[in-house]
Design a protein around this ligand. Sequence first.
Ligand code: ADP
Ligand code: MG
Length: 292
Amino acid sequence: MNQMALDKAAVLAEALPYIRQFSGKTVVIKYGGAAMAAADLKAAVMQDIALMKYVGMHPIVVHGGGPEVSGMAKQMGIEPRFVDGLRVTDAATMAIAQMVLVGKTNREIVTHLVEQGVKAVGLSGQDGGLIRAVRHLHRSRTGEMVDLGFVGDVAAVDTAVLETLTAAGYVPVIAPIGLGPGGQPYNINADTVAGAIAAALKAEKLVLLTDVEGVRADKDDPGSLLSRVTAQEVQGWIARGKLEGGMIPKLQCCITALEGGVNRVHIIDGRVPHSLLLEIFTDEGVGTMVIK
Ligand code: ADP
Ligand code: MG
């Protein structure tokens, strides 16, 4: 028997305890960034999700799509603006976000999964009343209140539609838009949505794919990856301004998820092919694990 074949067998054997541990369990995946943009990375993530489904897990996908929303906004003459990692969303930007995220991005992910033999179903937070939103009142790090427009916080999650779909063997794919008072749609950070859904479902695991190796002790030093961070450390960093941009809502959502009863929360590098597979099925420590 050649060594490569033995190595392959070892890898499969290593996966067994993880397959047993997670069989029948819910895993929420936040999909975004490079893993969504590059065709080869996209195909790898779709395979990983298909594999999870085929070994009996219940993957639930929440996707971002910020760059595509920005691209379309620019085409329509609107310059995207961000405050502390959150998109300033006027009525026109909200309409564009909805068109792009629900009409295009969500459709593409569903199509890819169906092509992999996974019965994926696309939803936005509006479907089945899944996500109720309220306007996000934003206090900037310098202390003043900033009007971000139709940027929402999650007010409530009704998981009924997700439970119905997963029980019937479907994989829900969710666009991060919530339904606000008076039927107003709100744009919600996809990490925030993933965290809230994971908490509402008491998911076994929440995995956030991003465009860095994980959380860095020094945000500009790729060599400073932290393999574990605690909720307390994160609160301190936010207070001291050590985190920037999208990492703030990302880590906040990790804490919300842990406090809400999610067992494990990981931030992993979506630029690495099959990082999801490595995280779920191997002993390899990838990215950052956030703990209570
Ligand atoms: P995503 O599409 O994954 O939500 P974001 O841009 O919203 O991506 O958030 C991740 C970004 O946060 C990183 O690409 C990085 O530029 C930034 N960031 C800020 N502080 C840190 C830190 N301490 N460690 C890692 N990334 C950080
Ligand atoms: Mg983000």
